[in-house]
Design a protein around this ligand. Structure first.
Ligand code: R5P
Length: 290
């Protein structure tokens, strides 16, 4: 029987995956010392077979990262093979040197995961596939698009149009639109690399008039990209705006600001637990592990 360790950041998702795999679920407990250190304890025994570690790396990113590495290291002491599932991989956007001198943190993560003893990493909708090139172990990026599409198939939409808020997300929007059997477009977004502020550079767009829009993105952090895209689409006289994203970080008051910009509903997956995380991707992850 394979072991599945539920990291502290992915307890529910890990439980669901373990049920589907009929795995030996080993829970973990984390206590935080006043100085910020995590004290991690496994609440069960690992058998000598393969071990799956499930731990998402959302905020607090560095604590969740050290917990993932610690669980891998512990699993490596007992198991024949350690596969780590990181449904949301924080730091994935730092996959290249955009400005001179910037550290490519994905390269550091690649070394850390290998050093801790992982033989394979599975992630969901990574920001860009370039990130996984820094991992010198087996790696797999799985898509949550089909699960998100299934949710949208149950909503009554008026002449829906799938929209990517930027050119970087074009392929993702194309895949969504293909499965959803609708048209798609990708806006032109510009981000200031120093301030992080975004602007939509697309001009007039008759195509959206009177239509319900599904904005598809890999993640929402501050909400800046979705807010700017929504304001632009509303100006072009679209009808309702829905957001479909895999990872909803929704930092600070992002959700409130997104709603204020005119978004009807945000739908995300349970790679990050939260109010909007209503699409369960445990079956997709379990399939990838099998
Ligand atoms: C960027 O290219 C990504 O695909 C997301 O659009 C972006 O990271 C979301 O961040 P924020 O919500 O802060 O705009």
């Amino acid at each position: 029987m394979i072991n599945l360790i539920a990291g502290n950041s992915s307890k529910d998702l890990a439980k669901k995956i373990s049920k589907k795999l009929k795995a030996n679920l080993v829970k973990s407990e984390v206590k935080n010392f006043p100085d910020g250190e995590s004290k991690i304890t496994l609440k069960g025994k690992l058998s000598k077979s393969k071990t799956i570690v499930v731990q998402s790396i959302y905020p607090p990113v560095d604590s969740n990262l050290i917990q993932a590495l610690s669980l891998i290291s512990k699993a490596n002491d007992y198991s024949t093979e350690v596969v780590v599932v990181v449904p949301y991989l924080g730091y994935a956007r730092q996959d290249r040197e955009f400005l001179p001198g910037e550290i490519v943190t994905m390269k550091v993560l690649g070394r850390l995961f290998k050093g801790a003893g992982a033989s394979k990493i599975i992630v969901v909708d990574i920001h860009s596939k370039i990130g996984l090139k820094h991992f010198k172990i087996k790696s797999e990026n799985i898509s949550a698009i089909s699960d998100l599409v299934k949710y949208f198939e149950k909503i009554n939409l008026r002449n829906p149009l799938v929209v990517s808020p930027d050119q970087g997300g074009k392929e993702r929007a194309k895949e969504f639109a293909h499965e959803f059997k609708s048209e798609f477009i990708a806006l032109k977004k510009q981000r200031d690399r120093k301030t992080g502020k975004v602007k939509i550079k697309t001009e007039g767009l008759d195509k959206v008039v009177g239509r319900d829009v599904i904005l598809v993105d890999d993640m929402i952090s501050t909400g800046g990209s979705i807010i700017k895209a929504t304001e632009f689409l509303k100006k072009q006289k679209c009808k309702r705006v829905f957001v479909a994203c895999t990872h909803a970080l929704l930092m600070n008051d992002a959700e409130k600001k997104i709603k204020k910009a005119g978004v009807t509903k945000i739908i995300s997956t349970n790679t990050i637990p939260g109010k909007t995380s209503i699409v369960d991707i445990s079956s997709t992850i379990a399939k990838a592990i099998k």
